[in-house]
Design a protein around this ligand. Structure first.
Ligand code: ASP
Length: 321
């Protein structure tokens, strides 16, 4: 029987609803009661890493978790399942993808409905994630997110609905697979899986969303506040209002400026030649990202800045190929 490590970090999957209808962390993780139903799946060792709502998870905690997993993998586990709040689950999943480089499946899951709510999805998602983590087909697929019977890559997945149990979706490149009552099906393998473990996070990266008629003041504040990098969520294929071009020009001289699209599908390119268009941004030294959303591009830039590989290598690391 395979040996799995189950790491709890908190989130709705570890919570319960009180009489007033508010959802709160529980002292005892309700998933402990689900484990007897998983004894035929694997030999499971449980670690309670934290009991945090995922809005309380920081990049430093993600790094601590990455090191924790790396250390635990020395004990010869065949796979790892991590339970996590859904709000920042995609960020932790992608951070682990960037850093851990595990030889066995690493799977994250969570729940949209807490343990005592009607239609609670925690136990189903946990059992499904454990099954995926024992699957040989899940090896070499990078960090996975398993939710509502679907298997997603950490690179691609994003939370798309505030309350539906069918919230996690893979944009651009599609799901990696699905789980049925009897089988784990994996159809695709992600290619963008370079990993690099880091010791600490010392750089601050801001994220700003571009909007019609945006003024330059917020961009200039990024410099004044001493940030080390900026991720800009820009229009469509990669364009900004002319009113912020000068500020972008100024920022590119002192820090990496990465652009991602406000559209949740598609990749930014230097298609347009008008003022504020992608062509001008490229000439200014802006780095075009490969379909990551802004919250993941921020984490990637934070990790890349620790590696300090220079502008060209940084640009290459954000390319699609
Ligand atoms: N707010 C919760 C959290 O991320 C949502 C969830 O877990 O579904 O912790």
């Amino acid at each position: 029987m395979k040996r799995l490590l189950l790491i709890h970090t908190g989130g709705t999957i570890a919570m319960a609803q009180n009489r007033a209808g508010h959802v709160l962390p529980n002292e005892i993780n309700p998933l402990d009661a689900s484990l007897p139903r998983a004894t035929d799946i694997a030999d499971i060792t449980t670690k309670h890493f934290s009991n945090l709502p995922s809005p309380h998870i920081t990049p430093d905690i993600m790094l601590e978790l990455a090191h924790f997993i790396k250390d635990e993998l020395n004990h010869g586990y065949d796979g790892v399942v991590i339970t996590h709040g859904t709000d920042t689950l995609e960020e932790t999943a992608y951070f682990l993808q960037l850093t851990v480089g595990a030889p066995v499946p690493v799977v994250l899951t969570g729940a949209m409905r807490s343990s005592n709510e009607v239609g609670s999805d925690g136990e189903f998602n946990l059992i499904t994630a454990l099954r995926v983590a024992t699957s040989d087909a899940a090896k070499g697929k990078g960090v996975l997110v398993v939710f509502n019977g679907e298997i997603h890559s950490a690179f691609n997945v994003t939370k798309t609905h505030t309350s539906s149990v069918d919230t996690f979706k893979s944009v651009h490149f599609g799901n990696l697979g699905m789980v049925t009552k009897d089988h784990v099906y994996l159809f695709n393998t992600p290619l963008l899986m370079k990993t690099h473990m880091i010791e600490r996070l010392t750089k601050r990266v801001a994220v700003l969303k571009v909007y019609a008629g945006m003024e330059a003041d917020l961009l200039l504040a990024v410099e004044q506040l001493g940030y080390d990098g900026l991720v800009l969520e820009v229009f469509g294929q990669g364009n900004v209002p002319p009113s912020i071009v000068e500020a972008i020009k100024r920022l590119t001289k002192i820090m990496p400026v990465i652009i991602v699209s406000r559209c949740f599908n598609g990749i930014v390119q230097d298609v347009y030649g008008y003022e504020g268009g992608g062509q001008q941004l490229k000439e200014l030294g802006v780095i075009f990202s490969n379909g990551l959303n802004s919250q993941k591009a921020r984490l990637k830039l934070m990790v890349e800045l620790e590696i300090e590989s220079g502008h060209e290598a940084l640009e290459a690391s954000f390319r699609v190929e």
